[in-house]
Design a protein around this ligand. Structure first.
Ligand code: COA
Length: 415
C-alpha cells in the first residue's frame, strides 16, 4: 500500500516539541523526514527528562518516530554546502529556531528560493509580527499569550495552563496543515512558499470560543452558562469558568463512587437539552421534567449548581464506568475522567493504533501515542526514533557524497 505523502522529502530542522510533532505527522503519512541535528548533542530533548541514563529520553523518542537523523554543523562552509544539497534534494524545510536563527545561518528565504524555487519553508515561531516577534517562546508562554491561561482555572483561582500541549503540539498540527496545503498549491503553481504558524495564533485559534464569549459579555454583561451566574458579577473580560462546559449545553465534573481515595473517580456530565427527561428519570426527579423552574434550558440556568449537586448524589452511588453504561443507554453525553494509567492500558486505543508499543535498541519497549489521524488508504506504521546521526552516511550517499568525502567531512568535524 502506498502512503499519502510518499515521495515528499522533508528537511527537518526542528527541535524540542512544536516542530517535531509536525514533521512526525508528515513522516506517518509517508514523507521521508531527514532530521538535521547538531553533532554531539543533537536535539536538546534527547537528554531531557531521561528515565534511563545515556539513553534517548521518552520526550525525544515520542516526538521523532519514523524519521532519519543526520548530524551536521551548519555553521561551517562545508556544512553549508551539505545543507544546500539537502535544500535541492527536499521539498519542504521545516524549522522552529528562535527568530532570526535561520537567517544568521545564511539560510534566508532568498537563498532557499535561489537554490530550490519549489521548496516550501515552514516555520513555527512564538509570535507573529508585532511587539513580541523576536521573543523565544515555550509551551506555557504561548498558552498565556494566546488566551488559554486567562480563561482556564477555577473562577476564583489563578490563571491556569493546561496539560494538553496546545502551544507546541497544537501549533505543530497547524503547521502540518499549512505544509500539505502549500504542497497542494505547488502542484498548480510549481512554486514553493513560506508557511508560518505562530504559537500565540494557534492557541488563540483553539480558544476561539472564548473570543466569542468576550463579545457576548460586552454586549449583554453576563454569560449565563458560566458558574459565576447569577451570584457573581462579571467583569470586563471573560472569566475562568472552572469545569463548566464551553457550549450551550451545561456540563460539570461530578464525583463517582470511590472519589475519596481515587483522584480520578469522576465523570463529566452534560445536561444536554434533548435528553433532559431521561436525566430526570435516571436521577429520580421526574417532576423536574415539567416543573417550570427546570423544564427548559433557559429556566435551568440559574439553578445549575443545585441541579449538578443533585445529579452528583446519583453519580456518587456508581463507579464512573457504571455511570457511563447507564447514561449511554439514554444517550446522555458523559465521559469518564481517565487517568494516564487507564489510557495506557486501554485495549481499544491499542487496537486502533492510537496507543502503540514500540521497540527501541537502547531502551527496549515503550508506549507512545500513534497517529491520531486515520487515513483508510494510507496506513501508519510507527517505527522508532533514530539514534543521533544514525543515517548520516546513508543520506549523504543519497546526496551523491562518496565514502572518502564523508570521511573528510567527519575528520573536519562537519558531520
Ligand atoms: N549546526 C550549527 N548550529 C546549529 C545547528 C546545527 N545543526 N542547529 C541549530 N544551530 C544553532 C542555531 O543556528 C542557533 O544559533 P544562533 O543563536 O547563533 O543563531 C542556535 O543553534 C540555537 O537555536 P535556538 O532556536 O535559538 O535554540 P534555543 O535552545 O536557544 O531556543 C527555543 C529554543 C525553543 C526557545 C527557540 O528555538 C524558539 O523560540 N523557537 C520558536 C518557538 C518554538 O518552536 N517554541 C517551542 C519549543 S517546543
Amino acid at each position: 500500500m502506498t502512503k499519502a505523502l510518499e515521495g515528499i522529502r522533508i528537511l527537518d530542522f526542528t527541535h524540542v516539541q512544536s516542530g517535531p510533532t509536525c514533521t512526525q505527522l508528515l513522516a506517518w503519512f509517508g514523507a521521508d523526514v531527514i532530521k538535521v541535528e547538531r553533532a554531539g548533542e543533537g536535539d536538546a530533548t534527547r537528554g531531557q527528562l531521561r528515565d534511563i541514563p545515556d539513553v534517548d529520553s521518552l520526550y525525544f523518542t515520542m516526538l521523532n518516530h519514523n524519521k532519519r537523523s543526520i548530524t551536521l554543523n551548519t555553521k561551517t562552509a562545508a556544512g553549508r554546502e551539505v545543507l544546500d544539497s539537502l535544500i535541492r534534494h527536499c521539498d519542504v524545510l521545516v524549522e522552529n529556531f528562535a527568530p532570526g536563527a535561520l537567517d544568521r545561518m545564511g539560510v534566508t528565504w532568498e537563498h532557499i528560493q535561489k537554490t530550490n524555487p519549489r521548496m516550501i519553508l515552514a516555520s513555527v515561531k512564538g509570535f507573529g509580527p508585532g511587539p513580541y516577534v523576536d521573543c523565544k517562546v515555550y509551551e506555557n508562554v504561548a498558552q498565556c499569550a494566546g488566551g488559554a491561561a486567562s480563561t482556564t482555572g477555577d473562577p476564583d483561582g489563578l490563571p491556569m495552563v493546561t496539560g494538553a500541549q496546545i502551544g507546541d503540539s497544537g501549533t505543530g498540527l497547524h503547521l502540518a496543515l499549512g505544509i500539505v496545503t502549500a504542497l497542494f498549491q505547488r502542484e498548480k503553481t510549481g512554486r514553493g512558499q513560506k508557511v508560518m504558524a505562530a504559537m500565540q495564533d494557534a492557541v488563540l485559534n483553539l480558544c476561539r470560543v472564548k473570543l466569542r464569549d468576550q463579545q457576548r459579555l460586552e454586549r449583554t454583561g453576563e454569560l449565563r452558562e458560566y458558574p459565576q451566574y447569577p451570584e457573581i458579577e462579571f467583569g470586563e473580560a471573560v472569566p475562568r469558568a472552572g469545569n463548566a462546559s464551553g457550549g450551550g449545553q451545561p456540563g460539570s465534573i461530578l464525583k463517582c463512587k470511590g472519589w475519596q481515595k481515587d483522584p480520578n473517580a469522576y465523570i463529566y456530565f452534560i445536561t444536554q437539552g434533548a435528553v433532559w427527561p431521561a436525566i430526570c428519570k435516571v436521577i429520580g426527579e421526574e417532576d423536574w421534567i415539567t416543573n417550570p423552574h427546570f423544564a427548559t434550558p433557559q429556566a435551568r440556568l440559574p439553578h445549575l449548581k443545585m441541579i449538578f449537586d443533585r445529579i452528583e448524589e446519583w453519580t456518587k452511588t456508581k463507579t464512573k464506568f457504571e455511570a457511563m453504561d447507564i447514561l449511554n443507554e439514554f444517550d446522555i453525553p458523559c465521559g469518564p475522567i481517565l487517568s494516564m494509567k487507564e489510557i495506557a492500558e486501554d485495549e481499544s486505543l491499542r487496537a486502533t493504533g492510537t496507543v502503540v508499543e514500540v521497540d527501541h535498541p537502547a531502551r527496549g519497549k515503550y508506549l507512545t501515542v500513534g497517529n491520531p489521524i486515520k487515513l483508510s488508504d494510507s496506513q501508519t506504521e510507527v517505527t522508532r526514533s533514530p539514534l543521533l546521526g544514525e543515517h548520516t552516511e546513508e543520506v549523504l550517499r543519497q546526496l551523491g557524497y562518496s565514502g572518502s568525502d564523508i570521511e573528510r567531512l567527519r575528520t573536519e568535524g562537519v558531520l
